[in-house]
Design a protein around this ligand. Structure first.
Ligand code: PBG
Ligand code: ZN
Length: 325
């Protein structure tokens, strides 16, 4: 009889047989930067996550640096929001200032910046609004300006999350023209219209003021279409393509890994984090084991990069394991 259990007898052999191993470099940690001074404000629905003003970023950046993770993903929250998201591409916008500060003070930290208008518009939509419609082509120049201004501030990578059609091509062209042909684009390609973004919208103060995002983000029911979105972004010049959220969409991630010879990212989003945290705080689940299992599943399904609010905790747990030998 073949006995699978022969190779499961103890941790020495199990660790040799392990197919998927997490490493701190797998992770990107989202960081929220708010305009103002001396701010560290907790995000209620995301225990352990805070919004920082630029002058208090050191606290989190020191931890990032020590953790050895792959990088950070920045989200800016401006004081002033308007119809045309002017703070999204202002040279002295909060996000640009945060990038410049980190670039100067932490040259070793890899800075990815989320490019989208929703944190910067008065209506909270990811694009330019006319009446109750979200305009596509009118949004592209604003996203392009935002991407260029962030590259100028010192961003390493640009991550468009708006889901307008044609934005990867528009941003690629704009970056190239501005002299940033070496700046990679990580496209939120298969980004679903998901209730799992709820806590993020508290954190980033970016909930749409009217309607929803269903006319630009994907229908959660559509796996086939997700693959076409990914193929399209590859064609337009994306360097890395992303599936978002993670856990409920691992089938999409796996299928993309099988079909495309491309680096894949997955976003383990705010609602996934909130659910784990809430249950862990009640003592209903073992946080460390659950998080390890979730992130391992994402890597096993094909993710090269995992964007996760658990990044610093997971890196610390991995270091602990390493030290334990
Ligand atoms: C901005 C953006 C969102 C997220 C990443 N970029 C929110 C949204 O689309 O409403 C979600 C991240 C998370 O939930 O952790 N467009
Ligand atoms: Zn948006």
């Amino acid at each position: 009889m073949f006995r699978f259990r022969r190779l499961r007898q103890d941790e020495r052999i199990r660790s040799m047989m392990r197919e998927t191993r997490l490493h701190p470099k797998d992770f990107i940690y989202p960081v929220f930067v708010e305009e103002g001074e001396n701010i560290k404000s907790p995000v209620d629905s995301m225990p352990g996550v805070y919004r920082y003003s630029v002058d208090r970023l050191d606290e989190i950046l020191k931890r990032v640096k020590k953790s050895g993770i792959g990088g950070i993903m920045l989200f800016g929250i401006p004081a002033h929001k308007d119809e045309i998201a002017s703070q999204a591409y202002a040279a002295d916008g909060v996000t640009q200032r945060a990038v410049a500060y980190i670039r100067q003070s932490y040259p070793e930290i890899y800075i990815v910046v989320d490019v989208c208008l929703c944190e910067y518009t008065s209506h909270g939509h990811c694009g330019v609004v006319c009446g109750d419609r979200i305009l596509n082509d009118e949004t592209l120049p604003l996203l392009s300006k935002m991407a260029v201004s962030l590259a100028q501030a010192g961003a390493d990578m640009i991550a468009p999350s708006d889901m307008m059609d044609g934005r990867v091509a528009a941003i690629r062209t704009a970056l190239d023209l501005a002299g940033f042909s070496q700046t990679p684009i990580m496209a939120y390609s298969a980004k679903f219209s998901s209730a799992y973004y709820g806590p993020f919208r508290d954190a980033a103060q970016s909930a749409p003021g009217f309607g929803d995002r269903k006319s630009y983000q994907m229908d959660p029911a559509n796996g086939q279409e997700a693959l076409r979105e990914i193929a399209q972004d590859m064609e337009e010049g994306a360097d890395i393509v992303m599936v978002k959220p993670g856990l409920a969409y691992l089938d999409v991630l796996k299928e993309a890994a099988l079909q495309f010879d491309m680096p894949l990212a997955v976003y383990n989003v705010s609602g996934e984090y909130a659910m784990v945290k809430a249950a862990a705080m009640q003592g209903w689940i073992d946080e460390r084991r659950i998080v390890t299992e979730n992130l391992t599943a994402m890597k096993r399904a094909g993710a090269k990069i995992i964007i996760t609010y658990h990044a610093l905790d997971m890196a610390a747990w991995l270091a602990e394991e390493e030290n334990a030998g």
